[in-house]
Design a protein around this ligand. Sequence first.
Ligand SMILES: NCc1[nH]cc(CCC(=O)O)c1CC(=O)O
Ligand SMILES: [Mg+2]
Length: 335
Amino acid sequence: MHLQSPAPFPQNRPRRLRRDAFTRRLVRENLVTADDLIYPVFVHEGTKRSEAVASMPGVDRLSLDLLLPVAEDCVKLGIPVLALFPAIDPALKTPDGKEALNPDGLIPRVVRALKKEFPDLGVMTDVALDPYTSHGQDGVLDETGYIINDETVEILTGQALTHAEAGVDIVAPSDMMDGRIGAIREALEVQGHIHTRIMAYSAKYASAFYGPFRDAVGTRGALGKADKNVYQMDPGNSDEALREVAIDIAEGADMVMVKPGMPYLDIVRRVKDEFKVPTFAYQVSGEYAMIKAAAANGWLDHDAVMMESLLAFKRAGADGVLTYFARDVARKLQK
Ligand SMILES: NCc1[nH]cc(CCC(=O)O)c1CC(=O)O
Ligand SMILES: [Mg+2]
């Protein structure tokens, strides 16, 4: 971009445009709308079961019957997409996470119910094994405890197909195995699921900001002191994110994601500038928890910080944001 050298003061007084709300509105470059939002929800088995997630105030694990009114609210608020995350019964967890392939498992049942009740609401599912494995890793392990790639990709492909067969609109592989986008895309094509969109978590970092999420899906205990450094990206890296995104686009991703969000806005900007593809960011559980905790202490203005954080994603180049604030934001925008 070419910047004209600015006229000197007093010809140039940038504050003129800030003097009144009408010019501030007129020249504002970025906006948040309900169309930018994806709302993540946690589901578990049962009926009339709602469990608060202590580290995420305002977020509950819900059974399907309690999720339906939430989905209806999203439709009313104009939120385009709901993203599903399961908290799986511990009795169903195994080292290979094979419950992820069960066509009558929790997620396929929830997808079918949501698409039946609210056909115009987009439904997105996470493709990763961590909610299903007894060890809490996103893949299967060899005898040394290393997370093995190709065997994991095979299971993930089956998981994505199971979701597609249940009628999901978007599958979102969040596992960071190599080659999974290509494998999933090919399998979807072969099985005739040509409309299933793939949102690839392409640049997903090994982040400490995921802590509260692991409480929500119940993987923190199983993981213990283990980390995900052998597959998720090193927080010190930036160029590597561009290589990861390039690979996923080449393998068939329709949309890409950077995660976490606010601490990684530089990555969002680089990805958007470089590839100009639909680019999303995930304002993750730890980011949400920080804002909630500070607001609860009276240290930050909850709504103002929430709206500013969303605007920052848009300014950084994100086309949309996965955020636990989605309904609050959409409600605020309606006023
Ligand atoms: N497949 C794992 C997954 N999918 C979404 C999140 C985190 C989301 C959040 O923190 O809000 C994680 C966490 C992890 O890698 O352990
Ligand atoms: Mg990759």
